[in-house]
Design a protein around this ligand. Sequence first.
Ligand code: NAP
Length: 306
Amino acid sequence: MAKHAVLAGGSGFLGQALAVALVRRDYTVTILTRTPRAASGGIEYLEWDGATAGEWARSLEGAAAVVNLTGRSVNCIHSPENRREILASRLNSVRVLNEAISRCAQPPLALVQAGSLAIYGDAGDRVCDEQAPHARDFSADVCEQWEAAFASGRTPQTRRVLLRVGLALGRGGGALQPLAKLARCFLGGTVGHGRQYLSWLHVADLNEMFIQAMERPEIMGAYNATGPAPVTNAEFMRELRHAVGRPWSPPAPEWAVRFGAHWIMRTDADLALTGRRCVPRRFLEQGFQFRHAELAAALHDLLSRS
Ligand SMILES: NC(=O)c1ccc[n+]([C@@H]2O[C@H](COP(=O)([O-])OP(=O)(O)OC[C@H]3O[C@@H](n4cnc5c(N)ncnc54)[C@H](OP(=O)(O)O)[C@@H]3O)[C@@H](O)[C@H]2O)c1
């Protein structure tokens, strides 16, 4: 019998990529979304609001795994209203999934929660493994509350894993396509001082991490889900320029990034001006094999056909 996976908030960038990878491994997939669409390609969509119990909870019965990818995007201006929604969408979905699993007659075998490396804050060149200290800023505070809500769930028959996800590079969403577009327009210069680190990974490796977290009983607790070779912003932008055939672009000083982020891109400049140098220590210790460990090759793979 096919194994069943439920992806809460799985209609977005990471969820769509993971759903396709799961179908290839013979899973049937249910995506919980606020705007359901017709089933296709082994993926069905069920309506939920990310906050209250409903019919959707039946899809959890007997599932091999539930993965929670719900969260209002942080790629926006961090106004008080957006901050409230960024936090509430994460805490509500964690709480309601915990409640739904605790009511299952046949609970899912695993619950995998997406978190973020932003918990380590703007960490300079300090190497951050899973034991690194947590920062004190808005994004890190969101991550801490998100993780605390996840940790408070009581689902004894369901193994629980939290993946602190890095900057996922893929087609069809996420940060890479807009960055590549800017780079093609000669706007791919070093951002700010350029020494802030980007902890990146190819979405195919992230899919594999999610699937291992779903399937391997020895995987439990919090993991950095990122690549083995974080790079500085200056290195990242240089490789990106090469990948799109624009070997040089003027650097973007901090004031220009702040202006452009706020008034043109309508987002928070700190997403580009700060960074962290994270390593996937626990995955490496457990023998995880990366398919895309090198940035130049990963960018070539993702951008050569777009
Ligand atoms: N992409 C990355 O590189 C990255 C890095 C670190 C962490 N993460 C985390 O991983 C998770 C998935 O990332 P993603 O890139 O796939 O994000 P995404 O494309 O923005 O998808 C997130 C999903 O969350 C749901 N959602 C948004 N706001 C909601 C709200 N107010 N209430 C209920 N549901 C809401 C949406 O589903 P519907 O609109 O269909 O309901 C959406 O499809 C997020 O929690 C993100 O913070 C991602």
